[in-house]
Design a protein around this ligand. Structure first.
Ligand code: CDP
Length: 261
């Protein structure tokens, strides 16, 4: 998929054939790939390619809280560090975390906290590092989705996974999963996330211009779109255990063959 790398916004976000600029239909997601267990020094990790976005998440915890004064005696704390690499966007991004990264870290933390049993881990922290290597719209949603996957990969007890996607409006039409250019040149952006244990939205942000009717249309569309991404998260977790089973089977076969000789 071509990266639109300049801030030259096209006048139209739909092509003559009715498709979006990247060839998608209105309710079509960008291609998504997910993998867990990708960082060997983390307790849990995941990698996500979502359109042109490339994002790693690494989880550590439960572990001591640094700095100590942040520790809570009656519960654990969740700390999210969302960072966009300086080379992840066309305009050089300052390496130091800015206000946007702090805000997104807080938003993702609010999305994920309801699924964790933090009350069972007093005095400790769970830290999730979300590293955006390539950014092209919807990184807070992709970051939330990959962070939930990394937490599950770490074997941390969770009430459920969390899945996130942005819906929005471009050229007067409601679309799902805005790309970077659609985010910038479109009329509205509505990132949302769901916690599956209670089917509640744990994130609903809004930026732009939309009627109440259009917003309701987005909210009607969201569950089905989120479900599609949720299935991919489940498959990524299953893949890991299928691979482990394959390896165990192979080593058992080798051991049996060795014993027979
Ligand atoms: O990524 P998300 O849509 O969650 O957040 P945003 O603040 O609405 O940013 C939209 C997109 O703008 C990002 O995904 C990046 O592709 C781009 N961006 C950028 O080019 N430079 C920045 N400093 C921040 C964002």
């Amino acid at each position: 998929m071509p990266l639109i790398i300049k801030d030259e916004y096209p006048k139209k976000l739909f092509r003559e054939d009715g498709k979006r600029l990247d060839g998608r239909d209105k309710h079509e997601l960008r291609p998504i790939k997910m993998e867990v267990g990708v960082i060997k020094n983390a307790d849990g990790s995941a990698y996500l390619e979502w359109g042109n976005n490339k994002i790693f998440a690494a989880v550590y915890g439960p572990r001591d809280v640094h700095p100590h004064h942040l520790a809570k005696s009656d519960r654990g704390i969740l700390r999210i560090f969302y960072r966009m690499a300086t080379y992840s966007v066309f305009e050089r991004k300052r390496p130091a975390p800015g206000r946007r990264e702090k805000e997104i870290s807080m938003v993702i933390s609010d999305c994920l906290e309801p699924v964790l049993f933090l009350e069972l881990y007093p005095g400790t922290s769970f830290e999730v590092f979300i590293e955006v290597i390539d950014a092209d719209g919807g990184t807070r949603c992709a970051g939330t989705t990959v962070a939930a996957l990394a937490l599950a990969d770490a074997g941390i007890p969770m009430r459920s996974l969390v899945t996130s996607v942005a819906l929005g409006k471009i050229d007067g039409e409601i679309v799902v999963d805005l790309s970077g250019i659609e985010d910038k040149a479109g009329q509205a952006d509505l990132p949302c996330a769901i916690t599956w244990f209670n089917d509640q939205l744990s994130l609903l942000q809004f930026d732009g211009d939309m009627t109440l009717e259009e917003m309701n249309k987005c909210l009607d569309l969201a569950p089905d779109i989120l479900k599609r991404i949720y299935e991919m998260q489940l498959n990524a977790l299953k893949e890991k255990y299928l691979k482990i089973r394959e390896e165990v089977n192979k080593s058992e076969e080798i051991a049996t063959e060795g014993g027979e000789q």
